[in-house]
Design a protein around this ligand. Sequence first.
Ligand code: GRF
Length: 206
Amino acid sequence: MSILVLASGGGSNFQALLDDADLRPHLRGLICNRPGAGCLERARASGLASQVLDHQGFESRQAFDEALAQAILDINPDWIVMAGFMRILGEPFMREFDGKMVNIHPSLLPKYKGLNTHQRALDAGDTHAGVSVHWATAELDGGPLIAQRSVAIEPSDDASTLAARVLQQEHQVYPAVCRALTQGRLQMKNGTTWLDGQPMDHWDRF
Ligand code: GRF
């Protein structure tokens, strides 16, 4: 089964997918919405096909969403993996790919949807931060969970030291989830995540 990656930034999560020998044969390409983003160089260096679809070149959100949807349909992947894709997509787009698209978010969802997750965890005095992998649905950072890993917050942490430790976990959990996707072990059905034919209720399986 094939995977298309969507990314906007440096692409360290994308690199973790590229570096996974089991996953690499399943990767079909990268679509990036920011010209010059680091993820594009990573794709070039690894020989993976990449495309830039610059959202700034479109006159409306809808026009960008439609162009992205068409680019995805042209590639026709089994799975769409968002790896730091920093663009909110409209409901028609999300519905079209419902159950085929996953996202990684640097917080223990449902806490801290949106941006600045690590600073918000620090400001709240939380003892733990972490990462969530979930189905990307029309609700921003709100689709059914697939996996979580938690990271203890140290008294000396600031947002960047915490982000670095959470990223280490991201780089392990996302390839593991993506391997399960390519093996046909994971599905979203009736708003629930299923693993190996069973509904999931623990997020520590990956
Ligand atoms: C990661 O923290 C990811 O969880 C979030 O954006 C960041 C992307 O980092 N969605 P990178 O581009 O993969 O290095």
